[in-house]
Design a protein around this ligand. Structure first.
Ligand SMILES: N[C@@H](CCC(=O)N[C@@H](CSC=O)C(=O)NCC(=O)O)C(=O)O
Length: 279
């Protein structure tokens, strides 16, 4: 459960750290970023988990997501994990949307991925234990959010574990991976060809199958080049409407899929979580 601190910077009265530890879930070293607001010097703080998208490490949102000012003001700890196991002995693919950097937050059952690609267990079980053992987090007050593949991760993890999280939001999430090319490529590779096995890893399918979360915030850029083919927020809107889930879906004119979009709406997402994680 010990972590090595790789870097430490003062920011907004708090501290931005990068930590590394040996993961029993993935069997590799795993790196995550953690922001501790000034309030963490005085006692446990609520924690928000941010899951990143395809090609990302912990560093993309840390460097471009601009979450620290709002998180410091709200007293939120923000944890930003990597998107997959990595290293020389870890399976990979030449494409950007499979293998290292593209873990899809599932536990792979198929060769060659099953050996290390266990991001579901890592995020759902191991990382909370590691963070709680080393940092002043209040695990009774947890929220989760993410971007694109990480939005898919946030939605599916919260829908499968609604009692763990008090708040959920996403930027441009993949809402129905079973119905779009990214998921239709990754899911057979990681969890096999049977679409029935994909449903526990698909937010729209989870809702159709009875999973519930009280309310969800989603921001989606209208100029996002992945919108029509890969993201399809209308599928989440329909599923939430049918299920009585309170979805706030904000279509944002002019915004694309990048961290310029994410950083623009990051303060709104931090505020969404802070309101629901207040004591
Ligand atoms: N064509 C790009 C695709 C990679 C990309 O756009 N990745 C996004 C997430 S997409 C869904 O999960 C991202 O967050 N990129 C990192 C960034 O800092 O912008 C490529 O080939 O890289």
């Amino acid at each position: 459960m010990t972590v090595s601190i790789l870097s430490r910077f003062a920011a907004h009265g708090g501290r931005q750290l990068v930590a590394r530890h040996t993961s029993r879930a993935t069997g590799t070293e795993m790196t995550f970023a953690i922001f501790l607001p000034p309030q963490a010097d005085s006692g446990p703080c609520p924690v928000v988990w941010y899951l990143s998208g395809l090609t990302c490490t912990h560093a993309n949102v840390m460097e471009k997501g601009e979450y620290r000012k709002a998180a410091a003001e709200a007293g939120l700890i923000v944890v930003c994990p990597d998107t997959s196991p990595r290293g020389e002995g870890v399976a990979d693919d030449e494409a950007y949307d499979l293998g290292q950097g593209a873990g899809f937050y599932v536990d792979a059952t198929q060769k060659p991925w099953a050996t290390h690609f266990r991001m579901k267990t890592y995020i759902e079980v191991e990382l909370p234990e590691v963070v709680a053992a080393n940092f002043p987090v209040d695990l009774d007050r947890q929220g989760i959010f993410g971007h694109s593949m990480g939005g898919h991760g946030a939605l599916t993890i919260a829908l499968r574990n609604p009692s763990r999280f008090r708040s959920l939001s996403a930027f441009a999430p993949i809402v129905a991976p079973s119905q779009v090319p990214w998921g239709q490529k990754a899911f057979p590779a990681y969890i096999g060809p049977d679409p029935a096995k994909w449903r526990r890893h698909d937010a729209v399918a989870l809702i159709e199958d009875g999973a519930r979360f009280p309310e969800i915030l989603v921001d989606q850029g209208e100029a996002d080049t992945f919108l029509a083919d890969q993201l399809k927020p209308e599928l989440l809107a329909r599923a939430c409407s049918d299920a009585g889930i309170g979805l706030t879906l904000r279509m944002q004119p002019g915004y694309d899929h990048s961290y310029y979009f994410i950083s623009t709406f990051m303060p709104d997402h931090i505020a969404w979580h802070a309101r629901r994680l207040a004591a």
